[in-house]
Design a protein around this ligand. Sequence first.
Ligand code: DIG
Ligand code: MN
Ligand code: MN
Length: 386
Amino acid sequence: MSKYTPKPEHKFTFGLWTVGNRGADPFGAQVRPKLSPVELVEMLAEVGAYGVNFHDNDLVPIHATAAERDQIVKEFKEACADHDIKVPMATVNLFYEPVFRDGAFTANDARVRAYAVQKTMRAMDLGAEFGAETFVLWGGREGVETDACRRPDDAIKRARECLNYLCEYNLEKGYGYKFALEAKPNEPRADIYFPTTGAYLAFIETLDHKEMVGVNPEVAHEQMPGLSMMHAVAQAWEAGKLYHIDLNDQYPGRYDQDLRFGSVSPKQSFWLVKFLEDVGYQGMRHFDAHAYRTEDYDGVKEFARGCMRTYLIFKDKAERWNNHEEIQSILAGIAETDAENLIGKYGSEAAAKLLATDFDRHELAAKGLNYERLDQLTMDILLGVD
Ligand code: DIG
Ligand code: MN
Ligand code: MN
């Protein structure tokens, strides 16, 4: 077993919709046969995943009867138990059905909004049957093609009403869920409300039960508009709101590609893994990604193995970076300039002293910061020559 072999303690998870993706795209039909949730659990166990996640209708078709639902749940529970696959996260599909074409929580039709809340409550019930602790909400349809249809501040108020309601349901049922809100700037809508993780962090502060709600940043969704995923994650972490994470990869400025983790931007992926490991993130490492349309299910297994292997390679390289003598020496030099905090908490005396301080801006600007060497040493590690 190599040091890049996934183990349960790595907490690698995949959604049913990821390894079960059949390869359809807007310009082409499905290329892979449908696998059942039980077959997908068997696949995830084979590749070494820790857990599996699902939208309500990934597991229970929307048209299923109560009896069919119970049978599906029974068989899936048995498969998860047989293969020791956990269900850490559940979510709800509020984007596929035509009824949500104008949005779900933010739709203009009050009956659609109510139906979306009802569907979410039932999805929470389903996830709780499997012990899911995190409930992700991705508002893929919460947006517009034309802003003629509603004021965005009305949409925000509607989203808040639904979230507050669902938090109360969570409390009444005693599910103990942590809600994780997932941002995306566009696609399928021309503009999606709450386009970035930062936007959600601001929104969460306006909720009745903000302690119950955090974020689920996704690499592709931050990188689509050219933002830094690691910076978004760091802000969420610093705010105590990193409740889940969707790992994949993405070329900036393109449609949501959900590519294999680390397969496009190894340096940004490295900084993300290093941050998660350096801060001791204890949550799931969820790969919300799917294999190329060219692949059969053997290729899908390689995709899943590749996601986990690349994460572990970057984890190993982060340890090398943290123990690299020259890197640590450069960092120590940087730390010297930060030895004494000259700001700290405001006080009249301190402010008077600060105002009376003479700063020689030319002397402060004169010393080179040696970041080129620091970054080249990082590249040496990433390129495998150190
Ligand atoms: C899209 O990135 C969304 C959906 O796949 C799902 O609702 C969520 C969970 O990771 N991510
Ligand atoms: Mn995505
Ligand atoms: Mn996602």
